[in-house]
Design a protein around this ligand. Structure first.
Ligand code: NAD
Length: 436
């Protein structure tokens, strides 16, 4: 099939590349001229494991192309995916200006039947709005389908190629049949394509993300309480997770969720509730608790240094909002860096992939280190913000020798508490064996 993708970011580029991988002819459109130029020069503009292999293979096979022209996109695709940003608006709602703006342009360019697929995460009723915007500028036949994306950054290619489920929200048999045909190669192992009405599809994505954010936040509160009473959250987690109704995944406490999805999606669902006169109490609490959790290390660090971190140097390992991505949107590390700089500290950072993005935001306010050990040089403490695998088994002797003081604030519970004490570290993690 001929497919066009409008918006070639984390979702759009992975979608386009993976659809090319199953034999479709894909044209990816982006408004960012520089990004299009880089992709046309064979450069993958984001870090996502395994994406480069598929990207180059499909370019070579002439199944994957890039352009900044929406007009070309409309001429090329029988199915037009919208993978556009839906960032948080000032009032917490999802900003639909990218999606509705593109819809209007599409309407003006429409010459024959197309299926317009909304892959962006959008509030209930957006498909209807997209349909309305397009039909107000054209008489040409088209269908709008809601097809929310569930891929995880860091596993995006795998998730797209082997999805646990595909959700299609549509009221058109013709469009549904086309979508089922497109996705058939991805569900050969028997995972379902779940077809439903478009409103339910739109809500499914917000419900899933808000549930996951709630699960993390619940464990963060249990971890905080563990510290009050001297319990160990690792043991509580193991005890809880073996209950099949709860499950083992997403029970790891830390310094809060970040990223380009959970924070904005929880707020958008909360705001949608408010707009309908429904108060999502649980989501309100999740938002509040997570905001506090992102900064939970700060009072601990300050109190360790007797209330004054001025002229102290901190090493930070991990800047991305999670491992295996260069995405720093809403990353807890950024909140911690902000607070430390505000309080007069010096900050030396290392991340395997995210440093260029952080450099764009912080410039020379930070020292960007060539490797994880260089970041420790003459630092008064190490702060761990992202659980990249390379941080899991460091050379502790080297770590101790490089640091001024053997002090670690671990926001991701990477090490065993007893081992660290034996190694002679002051080691503070989240929810484990700490009672004042
Ligand atoms: P992104 O910011 O990485 O990419 C969006 C791209 O759209 C950018 O390259 C931007 O230049 C481009 N763009 C903006 N306006 C455009 C226009 N008018 N025409 C063409 N291109 C335009 O965003 P993303 O992370 O890929 O997210 C896209 C959507 O998918 C959002 O709604 C998000 O919530 C949702 N989503 C994201 C993820 C994720 O893990 N990132 C997962 C599932 C769903």
């Amino acid at each position: 099939m001929n497919i066009s993708i409008i918006g070639t970011g984390y979702v759009g580029l992975v979608t386009g590349t993976c659809l090319a991988e199953t034999g479709n002819n894909v044209l990816c459109i982006d408004i960012d001229e520089n990004k299009v130029k880089r992709m046309n020069n064979g450069e993958v503009p984001i870090y996502e494991p395994h994406l480069d292999l598929l990207f180059h293979r499909n370019i070579k096979a002439s199944r994957l192309h890039f352009s900044k022209s929406l007009k070309e996109g409309l001429e090329h695709g029988d199915i037009i995916f919208l993978a556009l940003p839906t960032p948080e608006d000032e009032d917490g709602s999802a900003d639909l200006s990218y999606v509705l703006g593109a819809a209007q342009e599409i309407g003006k360019l429409l010459k024959n039947y197309k299926v317009i697929v909304d892959k962006s995460t959008v509030p209930v009723g957006t498909s209807e709005k997209v349909r309305h915007v397009i039909s107000s500028v054209t008489d040409v036949e088209f269908d709008v389908v809601s097809n929310p994306e569930f891929l995880r950054e860091g596993f995006a290619v795998d998730d797209f190629l082997k999805p646990e489920r595909i959700v299609i929200g549509s009221n058109s048999d013709k469009a549904t049949a086309l979508m089922e045909k497109l996705y058939k190669p991805f569900v050969r192992s028997g995972n379902p394509i779940i077809v439903m009405d478009e409103k339910s599809a739109e809500l499914t994505k917000y419900a899933a993300n808000s549930f996951l954010a709630t699960k993390i936040t619940f464990m963060n509160e249990i971890a905080n309480f563990c510290e009050k009473v001297g319990a160990d959250v690792d043991k509580v987690r193991a005890g809880m997770g073996t209950d099949s109704r709860i499950g083992k995944r997403f029970l790891f406490p830390g310094i809060g969720y970040g990223g380009s999805c959970f924070p904005k999606d929880v707020k958008a669902l909360y705001k949608s509730g408010k707009d309908e006169g429904y108060e999502f109490d649980i989501l309100n609490a999740v938002i509040r608790v997570n905001d506090l959790q992102k900064k939970i290390l700060i009072p601990r660090i300050t109190s360790y240094f007797n209330g004054d971190v001025r002229n102290k140097t901190f090493a930070i390992w991990g800047l991305a909002f999670k491992p295996e991505t260069d995405d720093i949107r809403e990353a807890p590390a950024l909140y911690i860096i902000d607070e430390l700089l505000k309080n007069g500290a010096k900050v030396q950072v290392f991340d395997p992939e995210a440093m260029p993005n952080v450099k764009r935001q912080f410039g020379d306010q930070l020292i960007f280190s060539a490797n994880m050990y260089a970041a420790l040089k003459s630092a008064d403490a190490l702060i761990i913000c992202t659980e990249w695998s390379i941080f899991r088994t460091p050379d502790f002797e080297r770590l101790k020798n490089n640091l001024n003081n053997p002090v670690i604030f671990d926001g991701r519970n990477l090490y065993d508490v007893e081992d660290m004490e034996k190694e002679g570290f002051y080691y503070r993690s989240i929810g484990r064996n700490f009672k004042k």
